[in-house]
Design a protein around this ligand. Structure first.
Ligand SMILES: Nc1ncnc2c1ncn2[C@@H]1O[C@H](COP(=O)(O)OP(=O)(O)OP(=O)(O)O)[C@@H](O)[C@H]1O
Ligand SMILES: [Mg+2]
Length: 266
């Protein structure tokens, strides 16, 4: 069954610049897709559009159907219902999702309270449980910490706990590990893979890095300058890129891979 169906999505600024041009993609329940492309190709805007979170001054035309709800042109009231329940997002920089002035526990509690109606001791237990699920050791201490008192990896786990709190059908991960160092990045990707598998969640995984995408999914759509240039199995994209741009992406992934292998051999 189709969970996400994007048809002819076009995103324009008020002055008429086209940022995403006639993009179509679809995702079935439990399916995973990578969204690959260089900086500025429109990956994040596409991700934001799915949740109706486009920045001021950017308008969408076309259609985004998420679990049966039309997102383009939807009222905020409908969008709030969709967010968290149907889809949730983890960003590159966890501080985007976290309130710097609020302890982690309260932030994780918020979606649990709002969506599941939990309160009191049951809510506190659910918060600790959510922090444990993202493999945070010392969940009680983390719950009492402010974002600046945590490491980047811990913050990203808290952001992931918030995104997963209401068991969304689709997790959108927008370069969730780019800001982390390589070992924390690998741990985080493993964790994300496990948690999503356990919950049978669909994933749209945004990255400019093929090697990272390959940890999560075996299928990807390649974007360039706001357009989808090709889509297919990662293996096919790597073996026989149909587009010069994909070829360039693969080339840079190969260079990265050999650099990493050198690093491991050292
Ligand atoms: N609020 C905004 N107003 C106007 N233009 C914007 C806005 N946000 C993004 N853009 C432009 O839209 C294009 C796509 O941006 P987007 O953030 O989706 O790229 P991206 O593929 O996510 O890049 P990166 O890999 O660097 O994260 C870019 O040219 C960017 O400059
Ligand atoms: Mg981006």
């Amino acid at each position: 069954m189709t969970l996400l169906d994007i048809r002819g999505l076009t995103l324009r600024t008020t002055d008429g610049t086209t940022l995403v041009d006639d993009l179509s993609l679809s995702l079935a329940r439990g399916e995973r897709l990578g969204l690959i492309g260089e900086s500025g190709s429109g990956k994040s805007l596409t991700a934001l559009a799915i949740l109706g979170l486009l920045p001021e001054g950017i308008t969408a035309t076309g259609s985004i159907e998420l679990a049966g709800t039309q997102i383009v042109g939807a009222r905020e009231k409908h969008l709030t219902r969709v967010r968290g329940r149907d889809a949730a997002v983890v960003f590159q920089e966890p501080l985007t999702a976290l309130d710097p002035l609020m302890r982690a526990g309260r932030q994780v509690a918020e979606p649990l309270r709002r969506r599941r109606g939990l309160k009191g001791a049951a809510l506190r237990r659910a918060v600790v449980d959510a922090l444990e699920q993202v493999r945070l050791t010392e969940p009680d201490r983390i719950a009492r910490s402010f974002p600046h008192e945590m490491s980047g990896g811990q913050r990203q786990r808290v952001a992931l706990a918030m995104a997963l709190a209401c068991d969304p059908k689709l997790l959108i991960a927008d370069e969730p590990t780019t800001a982390l160092d390589v070992s924390v990045q690998a741990e985080m990707l493993g964790l994300l893979d496990t948690l999503v598998r356990e919950r049978d969640m669909a994933v749209l995984f945004v990255s400019h890095d093929l090697a990272v995408v390959a940890r999560i999914t075996d299928r990807a759509l390649v974007m360039r300058s706001g357009r989808a240039v090709e889509e297919g199995a990662l293996l096919d994209l790597v073996r026989s890129p149909g587009h010069a741009y994909t070829q360039a992406l693969v080339g840079s992934a190969r260079r990265l891979e050999s650099a990493l292998n050198l690093g491991e051999a050292r």
